[in-house]
Design a protein around this ligand. Sequence first.
Ligand SMILES: [Zn+2]
Length: 269
Amino acid sequence: MVNHVERAYRAWPILVSRAEEDSAAITYGDLAAQIGIHHRAIRYVLSVVQDYCMQEGLPPLTILAVNAETGNPGHGFIAWDMDDLERGRAEVSAFRWADFENPFVFAADGTTEGDLVRELVKRPATAKDVYARIRVRGMLQVVFRKALLRVYQGRCAICGLSFEDALEAAHLIPWNEASPQERMDPANGILLCATHHKLLDAGQITITRSGRIEYCDPDGTNGPYSASDKSISLNLHRKRAFLPAASNHRPSEEALAHHHRVHKWGDLA
Ligand SMILES: [Zn+2]
């Protein structure tokens, strides 16, 4: 199977060196030739780099790869407004890429993102080893989220919403306080839609040790609540959360206790 991430690992330094040369463009054909692949395959590689930059809020590095005829990026380029490419190139040129590690370094030996996701799902107790192999925060989050998507079967643990683009990997013990093991361990995570992720982080909703949803205002006294508000908050109070089947994939007691303590929920059995 073709490993686009391993190719992205090779494309990254080429694009970065162009960025450092005042954002000099490189044609799709030249970039493909430099990493030794067919020119038609370059778009898959660029989409890996583009996704990463968009997700991390980085300047649109792939703006530098252009169609030889037009001198501009082609259809697959969605990271910047096509009517304002000059400003995009200026941002890419001004960014300090040298301070930034190649995010695809884990793929240098042929390891795929899928391999790491499978490893996390299969052996969550060794999540710290996966952490040590990936290193780069943005990629760690990509792999952690994909592992949670798998063990939660692509549903928000609280409302069951299954629009994949709206699903996020939340940490119960927050990233900045977590050990390497806890940063990647599914048992310190929970798959939530963007709204429930915000409400969890704000301490307005949580999950009990027995796997029930707890909402901070079950009687609705802090209202008014619209029908939509109710359907995602107080109507879910005490309902069973959608949690993974395996105990080593479900939120650990320790991680839940941490969330309950920080947000002053008291003891929630
Ligand atoms: Zn939700």
